[in-house]
Design a protein around this ligand. Structure first.
Ligand SMILES: [Zn+2]
Length: 101
């Protein structure tokens, strides 16, 4: 598991995830990485099937508002409810949220 990091534009400080080639705000191509360690669950979706994935098991994904204020979509480990605080990390490049205790 790695740290969940968000791209921050070096010239206008706008957060972006996933990374875009140009900043959508100012067009800059220079980014800094900023850690987004936690977030609040805003929306949960159960994904029952994924096209082209044979061994897919039903799993939750959630829209999470990170501590930086930007909303991202993450995979969820374990049970989750809207309003829960989750710890964010990266698993093989995929953002994962886990309920904090
Ligand atoms: Zn920018």
């Amino acid at each position: 598991m790695g740290k969940m990091e968000i791209y921050m534009c070096k010239s206008c400080s706008k957060y972006t995830f996933p990374k875009k080639y140009f900043c959508s705000n100012c067009g800059s191509i220079d980014y800094d990485l900023v850690e987004a360690g936690s977030g609040i669950v805003k929306e949960i979706s159960l994904i029952n099937h994924m096209l082209g994935q044979k061994d897919w098991k039903p799993r939750n994904i959630a829209n999470v508002e990170t501590n930086l204020g930007i909303c991202i979509t993450v995979g969820i480990e374990g049970n989750i409810e809207i309003g829960d605080l989750v710890t964010l990390s990266l698993d093989n490049g995929v953002p994962i949220g886990k309920r904090s205790r």
